[in-house]
Design a binder for this molecule. Structure first.
Ligand code: AKG
Ligand code: FE2
Length: 628
């Protein structure tokens, strides 16, 4: 550039008026020019040769570093099931979320700091939660500001909280061998295992193939439990785990049943029971549930045996073997160079429950959060072309909603419902929609196999939380506009069998300026929505009983917009779990028309859904005789 510029300057004003003869001055000038040029060329040459040296130097350094660090870096990716960027196949569908590209410097920094961190962690074994490792200290401060109930000293890094290798969980039975599960509740165990830098799955999971087992998990006594049955085998759409799975048959046991918020267990008279009441009812209910559980198990075994011989039931359903997820094993992971230790949030109220809540900062990257929010918004927008049909769990709930919007005088009769459903007919739906003014949260769902992100996420969850992908259900993204929350509920039902939600993974996709906390009133714990932050908690005890103390609610968003991703994990898996359920034939609606479900009136009990399930039809069947 400089050379070219100077040439131009030199031609200007000299050659033009020289008349062909070069004056001495001009010669001198050209001479000077030529020397300058030579000088510059040699400089450039020197520069480029020094660049070559630099390149060679950095290349050699790079190769050396790669050889030294490759196993660690690649295990870092492996440990969270993420392919390194060059391995990633970019299959983008509407729910695919780009993975962050590796920030090599960050990873190298992490590795450099490793020894220091580990040393501190080791000393921490005797001084729990006093001198937390570098990153944990940072997180502890954040936690302290975002989880109001946690004094710093009470927050523990999971670094010094590694499960002992007694924990064993069940994998799907292979070759019809019976699997045995031996597990210890790792909570409260503190083992100095050296806190290995790269977490190794084998340390945590141990599968044994043994004979008979205890009465709860005796696979031999619960052989080939059939979860669903269909009229004919063509109804089975897909049994390959990688592909999107959906079921095309009616089920009383589908994930939907357990998954729908309408089905969730909320004390009807007092949605947030006092601690005393809850503690008492917990004991009663737990006892009841335990004895119920036993007799129910016997009954279902008889039924199951019938089903095994039923030729109408497709083989893959008959052969389905449930896997069990009884406990959680949170542990530190590395995700794209981010070091993510679990933090246990300690209850601020005395309680005798087994419920534990953990928090993982930066569990999802900003990029992943942004992509999930983007696809959610897109989906809501696309499906909002038609007005939603509004569904209620009872006329009483509908009346309460009307009362709340100043329409107490509006008469409601069973005729306002679409026959065979708990959804109001379309003319009444559109009036109601105006009155309720879209005061609800929005949920969209995707299923394993429908997104590249789904498998990345479930591997990450498996690694960091010890939850089996095959025990996971759908992925649900929910958004709450300002002013909206969600009622108190547990994610499990107390009268369910064990095909119920043992654990919840909830990730905040964005930070909320004010409000929107996930609040566990019985434990005195709440967490503020912060981008990328994940919460994990158990809803059931290790015996598979729903824990009333896991009751929680989403506080109203005061300022901002809340987005979350949730996935529920089930104590006992079943055939249709994680498969997209079929839409029910009723109520009549346009393709893709959304529904809004409102149940048990409490502010924020309405939620918009992009998918339908059978819940309302079933509920209607149960309730229609009592509708007055
Ligand atoms: O939004 C939250 O914080 C909680 C949501 C929740 O508990 C649920 O949808 O089951
Ligand atoms: Fe919940």
């Amino acid at each position: 550039m400089g050379k070219k510029g100077r040439k131009q300057v030199s031609t200007d004003g000299t050659s033009n008026n020289s008349g062909g003869a070069l004056s001495e001055r001009q010669n001198e000038r050209f001479e000077l020019e030529a020397r300058f040029q030579r000088l510059e060329e040699s400089h450039i040459h020197r520069q480029s040769s020094s660049d070559v040296y630099k390149f060679v130097f950095f290349f050699i350094m790079g190769v050396a570093l790669t050889i030294l660090l490759y196993p660690k870096v690649s295990s870092t990716f492996d440990s969270v099931g993420i392919k390194s960027p060059d391995q990633q196949s970019e299959i983008y569908d509407k729910y695919t979320v780009e993975q962050d590209t590796e920030n090599a410097n960050d990873i190298i920094d992490e590795l450099k700091n490793k020894d220091q961190v580990d040393a501190k962690v080791k000393t921490n074994h005797t001084h729990r939660s006093v001198d937390l490792p570098r990153q944990s200290n940072k997180i502890t401060k954040d936690v302290n500001t975002h989880i109001d109930s946690k004094p710093v000293d009470d927050v523990e890094a999971e670094d010094d909280f590694i499960s002992n290798s007694e924990y064993k969980h069940q994998e799907p039975a292979v070759d019809n061998k019976r699997t045995k599960i031996v597990e210890d509740l790792m909570i409260g165990e503190e083992i100095d295992d050296g806190n290995s830098f790269i977490e190794n799955d084998e340390n945590e999971v141990d599968i044994e193939t043994l004979g008979d087992e205890d009465d709860i998990i005796n696979v031999s006594e619960e052989p080939q439990r059939v979860e669903l049955f269909s009229m004919n085998s063509e109804d089975i759409v897909n049994t390959e785990s990688e592909k999107p799975q959906s079921v095309k048959f009616f089920s009383m046991n589908s994930e939907d049943n357990a998954n729908d918020p309408n089905k969730r267990n909320v004390d009807k008279t007092d949605t947030v029971p006092s601690r005393k009441d809850t503690a008492k009812s917990k004991n009663d209910k737990t006892k009841k549930a335990k004895s119920k559980g036993k007799s129910k198990d016997k009954l279902s075994k008889t039924k199951d045996n019938d089903k095994i011989n039923d030729p109408n039931i497709p083989k893959e359903i008959r052969d389905f073997k449930p896997t069990y997820q009884k406990t959680l094993t949170p542990k530190k992971v590395f995700i794209d160079g981010r070091r993510i230790p679990p933090m246990e949030l300690l209850p601020q109220k005395p309680n005798n429950s087994s419920v534990k809540i953990w928090l993982f900062e930066e569990f999802l990257s900003d990029n992943e959060c942004d992509n999930l929010m983007r696809v959610h918004k897109l989906h809501v927008e696309q499906q909002s072309k038609d007005p939603p049909i509004l569904c209620f769990d009872s006329i009483a709930t509908l009346r309460k909603h009307l009362e709340n919007v100043g329409k107490k005088k509006v008469k409601v009769t069973p005729l306002d419902f679409t026959e065979g459903t708990t959804c109001v007919n379309s003319s009444f739906s559109s009036k109601l929609k105006m009155w309720l003014k879209g005061n609800w949260s929005y949920s969209t769902a995707f299923y394993p196999g429908e997104s590249n992100f789904a498998s990345v996420f479930e591997q990450r969850v498996k690694q960091a939380m010890g939850l089996l992908p095959e025990n996971g259900g759908k992925f649900q993204i929910t958004s709450y506009p300002s002013g909206i929350g969600y009622k108190s509920h547990t994610d499990c039902t107390e009268d369910s069998d064990k095909r119920d939600r043992v654990a919840t993974v909830l990730v905040y996709l964005d930070t909320v300026d004010e409000g929107g906390e996930t609040d566990f009133p019985e434990l005195g714990i709440w967490a503020r929505p912060r981008k990328g932050r994940a919460l994990l908690w158990n809803n059931m005890d290790p015996d598979g009983n729903c824990e009333p103390m896991s009751i929680h609610k989403a506080n109203k968003v005061v300022n901002g917009h809340k987005y979350i991703l949730q996935r529920w994990y089930y104590y006992k898996s079943f055939y249709s779990l994680g498969k997209r359920p079929p839409e029910p034939p009723l109520p009549k609606r346009k393709p893709g028309q959304p529904r809004v479900s409102c149940d048990e009136y409490e502010h924020g009990s309405c939620r918009w859904y992009d998918e339908w399930n059978f819940e309302h039809v079933i509920e209607y069947e149960r309730q229609k005789y009592t509708l007055v």
